[in-house]
Design a protein around this ligand. Sequence first.
Ligand code: HPA
Length: 237
Amino acid sequence: MAGITRAPIGIVAGSGLDLHDILDCAVMNLPFDTFPGLVPSNVDGHEGAFVHGTCQDVPVIVQCGRLHFYEGLDYDTLVRPVDILYEAGVRTIVFTNAAGGLNPKLRPGDLVGATSVDAWPFVDWPDRPETMQTDFTVPGCGHEGKYMWVHGPSYETPAEIAALIAMGGTVVGMSAAPELYRAQSLGMQAAVISCVTNVCGSNEVISHDDVVTVAERSSERFRDVLNTWIVTYNVTD
Ligand code: HPA
């Protein structure tokens, strides 16, 4: 396993989310291409590396950046980072991401813990379930709801936003669902937290750069929430 040190907790950092600073002592930085079968990320704001260290004495691996279907990858390649975290001993994992707010009460910078994750119909991977439940939510996010997964990379049209709202969506994003499915198939306990970077349906034109900028600005609050959770985490692995 390319020399990766074991840890019970994994944090996957999404677009622009600078979360490796939760580690008070980072001892190892392994780029994705250190690992056989793992391709580098081609998206701005996704470094593509595993950083290993400790947070309040708990060993944690932060995956900086992730892979997406819209990069043209197949399911097994896309979820390979989850396999690597599992092989490194991770049994509790938090997938973070940038997302658009479907609930009109949400504002840029808000954090939403997903209680369930649905995938936009018509895009499949082998055995994709209709809906998935997360195993836990991280306290302190302030909001909870349903994460709607879309393929991307284009942002949603008004008609798609209306459909996602009608399906009960709270936030919409282009990640998390395939990785959540793989993590749970491996027996990991998984949570999903979204940072709202834009309000869907507000007539503003969204760009990936804007999404990354808002996510970067929200990283400190995100780190606080994760830090507090890790302090109370009971390491049993
Ligand atoms: N839609 C899909 N993915 C996103 C969005 C959005 O509005 N914002 C950030 N990621």
